[in-house]
Write a protein of this length. Structure first.
Ligand SMILES: [Fe+2]
Length: 267
């Protein structure tokens, strides 16, 4: 946690880093929740498969390819819903709006990173656009749109922390695995770049949580609630689905996916 008085983001925020005592406590609550999610992640078959030295490089890369496809499917929706949600903040919150918008603009480009890596790992553009998004991706889109329409816009900050801090934690643990397995950066740059990118983003969101709870103590409940809403659909269902597509538990990526409505493959 970083509450230095001269942090760049801190100085820009209306509270200028003079956070209420509750701020540090709340950040700790969020950090503990993310750690709990990550503990659950490490218990899942997709994680155990990735970490198992007996798993082939090919299978590992297929799992990442399918995760990138999922990101391609859901992230356009979470970005659009996120902008909608931020747009409902009080108009007087100029600085917070600017920081959140700039951050979200950076995130918007990451969809392209995921799609680039999906293709570098052998994914088909035609397929990605032809198949409707998977059920777990649809659930993510559904939660984000409901939050965007019906929740306090301050809740956005809590949900976003799950994206940012968890991605940082996971990416930083995966990079050494890539080295051990001798993977090239090509096709995995989404993850490699997020190990550093999301360190900055997680820090920014921590400041926004702190600023928000200092000036709007009632926003705490909305931030925690939206974190929990999002946690119900991310990441376990969507990463499990990607793993099941990659390993053939669900029919293979070029096969008859149950929700596709495309019928049996003709080849
Ligand atoms: Fe990020």
């Amino acid at each position: 946690m970083s509450h230095e008085p001269h942090d760049h983001e801190t100085e820009q925020l209306p509270s200028q880093g003079r956070y209420s005592p509750r701020a540090a406590e709340l950040v700790k609550i969020f950090d503990d929740r993310v750690e709990d999610v990550y503990r659950q992640v490490r218990e899942q078959p997709f994680w155990k498969t990735l970490m198992d030295a007996k798993t082939s490089n090919e299978t590992c890369l297929k799992i990442f390819r399918e995760v990138f496809l999922s990101i391609y499917w859901y992230q356009r929706q979470t970005t659009e819903a996120g902008f909608h949600m931020i747009g409902r903040l009080p108009g007087s919150e100029e600085t917070m709006l600017k920081l959140l918008m700039l951050h979200k603009i950076e995130e918007a480009g990451h969809n392209g990173w995921a799609f680039r890596d999906y293709q570098l790992l052998g994914g088909s553009v035609e397929y990605a656009d032809k198949i409707p998004m998977s059920p777990a991706c649809f659930a993510i889109a559904g939660v984000w749109w409901r939050m965007a329409i019906a929740e306090s816009p301050f809740g956005y900050i809590g949900a976003e922390y799950l994206f940012e801090y968890l991605t940082m934690r996971v990416a930083q643990d995966l990079v050494p695995v890539f080295k051990q397995r001798g993977f090239k950066a090509e096709g995995l740059k989404f993850i490699i770049d997020h190990a550093t990118e999301d360190e900055k983003h997680a820090k920014l969101v921590r400041h926004l949580i702190s600023d928000s709870v200092t000036r709007y103590p009632e926003s705490e409940a909305a931030m925690l609630r939206c974190f929990d809403y999002f946690r119900q659909v991310y990441p376990l269902p969507v990463w499990t689905e990607a793993y099941e597509r990659a390993t053939g538990i669900t029919p293979q990526w070029d096969g008859d996916l149950p929700w596709s409505g495309l019928g049996k493959p003709t080849k």
